[in-house]
Design a protein around this ligand. Structure first.
Ligand code: 2AM
Length: 169
């Protein structure tokens, strides 16, 4: 089972991310991430056996995160896979959260990625012109308090994400 940990935006913020994805797509081309799939990856766990997924669901379900707020105010890209994203300054709470999740996962025997965290929301993949486009200014605030363990499955229409567990409210 292909698993990752993520923050899922509330519906109104997800709608705004979707609008930004449309704008970015008109400038940069590539494949736009579907609204339902917009997320912030905290840790990519890769392929894990079913019993591991159950263990991880119990672990996350018993956890309460320190809530935080993150200001999204910049566009970025990863040139090699043609990813276009929005993000912000690495907010200290978010960085601490990612770090402590990775440490816990290491204790569970999982070497989660990325090691160097650049918090971002991927809007486009395989963009034809990932850089150089003049994209509109962004200023959005994300109040987060829960993380999700997500199952990623390939379909003909792209990846399907299914939350398996949430941290406590
Ligand atoms: P990203 O889009 O936020 O960059 C689910 O597959 C998510 O895990 C993807 O959206 C991607 O995050 C991240 N991911 C996928 N493959 C990865 C890999 N090999 N290393 C690190 N992160 C990966």
């Amino acid at each position: 089972m292909r698993l990752f940990l993520a923050l899922i935006p509330p519906p109104e913020l997800r709608r705004r991310f979707g609008e930004l994805a449309d704008t970015a797509h008109s400038h940069c081309g590539g494949r736009r991430v579907a609204d339902d799939n917009l997320h912030l990856t905290l840790a990519f766990l890769g392929e894990q056996p079913k019993h591991r997924a159950e263990e991880l669901a119990d672990w996350l379900g018993g956890m309460r995160l320190a809530p935080g707020q993150w200001r999204l105010d910049r566009w970025g890209h990863f040139a090699e896979p043609g990813i276009v994203w929005i993000g912000g300054a690495p907010e200290s709470g978010l960085t601490r959260l990612q770090h402590s999740l990775r440490e816990d996962l290491e204790g569970l025997g999982i070497d989660a990625r990325p090691r160097r965290f650049t918090p971002h929301i991927t809007l486009l993949r395989r963009a034809e012109h990932p850089s150089g486009a003049s994209l509109p200014e962004v200023a959005l605030d994300w109040s987060y308090s829960r993380a999700a363990l997500i199952l990623s499955e390939p379909t003909h229409q792209g990846s399907r994400y299914t939350p398996l567990a949430w941290s406590r409210a």
